[in-house]
Design a protein around this ligand. Structure first.
Ligand SMILES: N[C@@H](Cc1c[nH]c[nH+]1)C(=O)O
Length: 379
């Protein structure tokens, strides 16, 4: 073997790190099951077509070919495979699924982030109303609470807000498109010059501050309300406001912010979206949202859906791991296997010492700070 390096953006997980991840996944899955979600497992490999709605700008999938030369990818997302399953099998709706597994996203070199990420999430398919969005939030927030995360901020956004506002502006369509791009890129010179024809209109106060329309929820909402009433915006405002009140009531320790100047976290979202952050890192702990049109990519019937996925790696990073206690080493002769097994069952934190002689066993015990039990004397 000549190349012992790992592919870019991948890693090995040893001991505590891998065990913490396993423990977190187990706890999350148990919580999902307790709320009546059923498990859905999909393959790591899928045809590239499944991910057409993804249109991700900041990463691309790993590509390969099947034996017939059809393009395959390592799944870059777990929601789209659920949509594929729903459209190809006759599962009765509504349905609540949970899943866990790795997604693969080839990011720019030197971006510092990993290309293989572990997610655990839920998808609720077949409910139009806000109760399904709130169930996703409760699952996400209760999960964080159980992991002992205290400084959580939930950032709410809405996939339609920017488009609805831009459509009402009295500007030619190409200017509207450029304005949206400049807003997302926070290209303020360009943004201001594109907005200048609307300088003395009822939108001017809002437009002047739109690129900064994130952070404090009430402050952002006050600015939205300086605009003339837009009928289509009302439902969006009502849903966001009710959701903030719901979170404040159910999870009073967590903070809610609003961001109405960003592109939707996923291109397939059609409604409210939410992400959870802590002060310590820019990586989110969970991300989710409503995607009522996703299944129409696979089938003709319109189906409502909403879901959320934890970034399990982010949870691992923030979980305080208990330092491992020194284990007890059980040294024995090979004809004493039964006795060694009995001792192993009796002791809590023990492991069989497989060394060939007592001196080697003693060296191992010293170097690992373990206690050594020598069964070879007990004949
Ligand atoms: N698949 C989304 C999260 C999600 C699950 N359900 C809905 N959204 C993501 O990876 O960002």
């Amino acid at each position: 073997m000549t190349n012992k390096n790992l592919p870019n953006g991948t890693r090995d997980e040893l001991g505590t790190q891998a065990e913490t991840k396993e423990a977190i996944e187990k706890r999350l899955f148990k919580g999902f099951r307790q709320r009546g979600f059923r498990k859905l497992t999909t393959p790591v490999l899928e045809y590239s077509d499944v991910f057409k709605p993804l249109n991700a700008n900041n990463y691309r999938p790993y590509q390969l070919l099947d034996e017939q030369g059809e393009p395959l990818v390592l799944r870059p997302d777990l929601t789209l495979p659920v949509a594929r399953v729903m459209s190809t099998t006759g599962v009765d709706l509504p349905v609540k699924w949970y899943y866990g597994g790795d997604v693969f996203r080839v990011k720019k070199r030197l971006s510092g982030s990993y290309n293989q990420l572990t997610q655990a999430g839920i998808e609720i398919v077949g409910y139009k109303g806000i109760k399904a969005d709130w169930e996703c939030l409760v699952v996400a927030l209760a999960g964080c609470q159980e992991m002992g995360i205290q400084d959580l901020t939930i950032e709410l956004s809405h996939a339609k807000f920017v488009d609805v506002v831009i459509q009402t502006l009295d500007l030619p369509q190409p200017t509207k498109d450029s304005l949206k791009a400049a807003l997302y890129a926070k290209d303020l010179n360009k943004y201001n010059s594109l907005c200048s024809p609307l300088a003395n209109t009822a939108y001017s106060k809002f437009l002047a501050e739109w690129p900064w329309l994130f952070g404090d929820f009430d402050k952002a909402m006050r600015l939205v309300k300086t605009m003339p009433e837009i009928a289509e915006l009302q439902q969006i405002i009502d849903d966001l406001t009710a959701t903030k009140a719901f979170i404040n009531q159910q999870f009073p320790d967590y903070k809610v912010t609003l961001d109405l100047s960003i592109p939707s976290p996923q291109t397939y979202y059609t409604g409210m979206a939410f992400r959870g952050f802590t002060d310590k890192s820019a990586d989110y702990l969970f991300s989710g949202g409503r995607y009522d049109d996703l299944l129409t990519n696979f089938q003709k019937v319109h189906v409502s859906a909403v879901g959320v996925a934890f970034d399990v790696d982010s949870l691992v990073e923030r979980t305080v791991v208990q330092s491992e206690k020194p284990v007890t080493l059980i040294y024995f002769n090979q004809d004493q296997w039964q006795l060694a097994e009995a001792k192993l069952r009796e002791l809590k934190n023990a492991t069989l010492c497989l060394a060939d002689n007592l001196a080697a066993a003693q060296r191992l015990a010293t170097s690992t700070g373990s206690q050594l039990i020598d069964l070879t004397k007990s004949r």
